[in-house]
Design a protein around this ligand. Sequence first.
Ligand code: SF4
Length: 683
Amino acid sequence: PPAPAASQVGTTCGYCGVGCALIVHTSSGCIDQITPDRAGPVNRGHACVKGRFAYAFATSGDRLTTPLIRRGERLEPVGWDEALRLVAERLKGVVDRHGPDAVAAICSARATNEENYLMQKLMRAVIGTNNVDNCSRICHAPSAAGLTAAFGLAGGTNPAEDIERADCILVAGANPTEAHPVIGARILQQALSGAGLIVIDPRRTTLAKIANVHLAGAPGSNVAIFNGLARVMLEHGWVDADFLARRAAGLDALREQLAWFTPQRVADVSGVAPDALLAAARLYATAMFPSIIYGLGVTEHTHGTDGVRTLANLAILRGAVGTGRGGGVNPLRGQNNVQGASDMGALPDQLPGYQPVADPRAQARCEQVWGCGLPARPGLRIPDMFDAALDGRLRALWVFGENIAQTDPDSSHVRAALDACEFVVCQEIFLTDTALAADVVLPGASFLEKDGTFVNFDRRFQRVRSALAPPGLARTDFHIIASVALALGADLGCPTPADALDECGRVAPLFAGISHSRLDRDGPLHWPCRSPDDPGQARLHLDSFATPDGRAQLAARPWLPPGELPDSRYPFVLITGRRLAHYNAGTMTRRTPNLLLSPHETLDVHPADARTLGFGEGDRVEVRSRRGALTATARLTTDVSVGQVFLAFHFPEVATNVLTSAAVDEATSCPEYKITAVCLRPC
Ligand code: SF4
């Protein structure tokens, strides 16, 4: 589409899952500035350094502006007709020779709901496979599984506004002042205004430094700590007996499980002192409106789903969920639209709206609207796609808006899987490491150049509007997916993103009341929103939980050790996470010339460890795991404990994921990014 004439366009930030409303000021097809929208319901005039200033990527000279196809070692520019013809021919060829399940797609948590909806529809209705997944697999899949098991729906229970109602906030495995800064600032403000603050995190984050109680448990000890807190709450009677009797199930089994979790055993596993455990339990459980906010430090573990379940136990015991008084259990989603990509059915076992692919009623509804038969067998999860490529079951992979070669764990394994595929399509805005491994590169559009919706961390649909035209021959991803379908001989039947969301509402009852026209008229809407006059549910489970018996389900789960443990050869634990100024692979934020707060990656290491190993601040250090090695510049800080180090994966020159392991959550295959055994050596 041509650049709109308007010089101010209201849209939603394309970085983290907070979902700040922004105003993009343009002139002559360039961005003059981006300002936070005072009317934005989540951010109310605030934005962080990324949302406000990290936009130079959009007009960067190295944007992809034309399709590319591989000829020998080179990727050469071609026109759209040739690229689309080749994609269709090669995908058809793989399906004809090996069947539809030899093709898979990785959708994009950076793209709009409508694009993800269209992509999963193409894979299911045109290719004929459920091999479609998105990056929630590698971040918050345990949240979807854990919250569904506990409460019946795969979303956080309360809106962002409830942070201001909380008189105690428990932050577990999250560093929101860097990774979700607008929410981090609100938690900080609430704590400084007198709310109790408990932080459960191995690192001394900004919030940990001002918390009333900081439980710096050893990485991998979450389940022990959460169970320890639950036991203390039950022993002291700091529970809501009436709520438990009326609205919860599983208390007897939980009591039995908790017999093992004496404060001393919890201390032995986690290093958390019994009196600190007691103080945290008292602060949370005796508050009027306690709120739980958590992040990837809970989910990205081999027992991440158990972490979510045992954390949810605390809210159930306290009766602090489903009450309308605030509180709840709320995951801070990582990428801007990871909630939405999952909502739209970019999952191998679920159709749009979290309907199982094998559910005959959901299948029939989709078949009727889409006008075709659908596969009922669940498809491959992302880590399984890589294994399937290496053993020959998967022949073609379409990667849309994710730089898996940099961001997925054990990146040597990922690159080997890309090499093993007969055919790789990469839909991207820059020539990333993943694009460089592709046979065809299709130039897509950034969030500043497209129309649609995102769903933020509190289940809120918000509008995304185009402020710029895509550069050169680049197209919106919606246009690209529809064009590939046409090249395959299929019309996906949704001429515009608004049509796609309307169609999604017809197959997914959770979103039936949400449309572009309504969002434009009334502003953001929370799902569930089941009809055009449904105001949407900001707070979930007020009357009953969405579980089969209508009760919140307490989980009796044991503590189990992490997938990888340090030993004498690899004595340190590497924790990974984000830095304030950057975002995921850094593909966008590293192209911002005025974003000099964090120009390169550092290895955060405790001064005592540096002294023991004989290096100092600014020295180069080799970090080696059982899978690979890298070098980084040391930054000495007591923010990490002795025996622990920290790296982000924003910089390809410090390729952190050559180190991380392929250990995954037993329930959801979410990787254990938070624990890698490494050794250090000064270079
Ligand atoms: Fe964007 Fe998140 Fe920053 Fe808000 S807090 S401006 S959504 S990156």
